[in-house]
Design a protein around this ligand. Sequence first.
Ligand code: ADP
Length: 334
Amino acid sequence: MSGELSPQAAPSEQGYEGALRPSTLAEFVGQSKVRSQLGLLLDAATMRQHTPDHILLAGPPGLGKTTLSMIVAAELDKPLHQTSGPAIQHAGDLAAVLSALTPGEVLFVDEIHRMARSAEEMLYLAMEDFKVDIMVGKGAGATSVPLELAPFTLVGATTRAGLLPNPLRDRFGFTAHLEFYSDDELASVVRRAARLLDFGISEQGVEEIARRSRGTPRIANRLLRRVRDYSLVHETPGDTESVHAALALYDVDEHGLDRLDREVLRAVVERFSGGPVGLSTLAVSVGEEAETIEAVVEPFLVRAGLLTRTPRGRVATRLGWEHVGIVPPGAAGG
Ligand code: ADP
């Protein structure tokens, strides 16, 4: 998948992302249900002068989980400590983080489903009673020493809520499921980012970017930056033509499909007569990892109504056939 449409952030993008992150719930575009639910939770906690329940943010990459964790800390007026599941390889790693928290601090654990098992168990007690048991010594002489923690709010983020063990999931008082954004919401994201970047772009240009951003603010912001580059270098205004030219250069088509998406769809239609075809066969046929196809390409093609998943494999829909420019069988002649 080309970098332009990846829902993950490249390390070099983090500065841009920081500049474009909304810092209050009011500024956060879309996800209106989650915003109201979270707003109520935070307001009540502030009024009671108590830490709110632990919060789990579930949803695909690029939809605003990290941003929301920052907003939670800002709205509570507390510091934020950020870490991630893969950084917590041992219970000791987690104990070090937890014991350094100050009262009311917000602890953000990204990709919480990837935390070490031993740390997960330590986290249960920490979330429930603000305590951990630290093992001191080795072998038969090892003893566990209880350690009191400052009350904190855990904000966990996961792209795979189904992978979380039940005891962990149950300890979150509030779970927010983030949904892909509508084109209108993405247009608001783009408008806001253009304003912050001081880039003049026409309303049609904004809408065009929104349509091609796969429901994902991170992608919308990235495409906007590519269009801004294009306008700067070619000295063109930020209009629909610049959007078309810039995105054509990066192989992003009018529906937000990139080269790999189109190859996958084309393979299903042309090489497997529209399917059904199994994931691994499909992956080999386009020379890509099955995991990439399953995690990145397929969800989007399914959501766009171009592909369906059946127990026997992947099947191109009528729209999918049409997208690669072939009349589906049975449709010819009407
Ligand atoms: P995640 O943690 O879910 O991968 P992030 O919170 O890092 O996503 O968001 C990715 C980018 O998208 C950030 O630059 C952020 O500014 C932008 N973004 C995400 N959600 C919104 C939103 N609701 N409104 C405006 N910008 C958003």
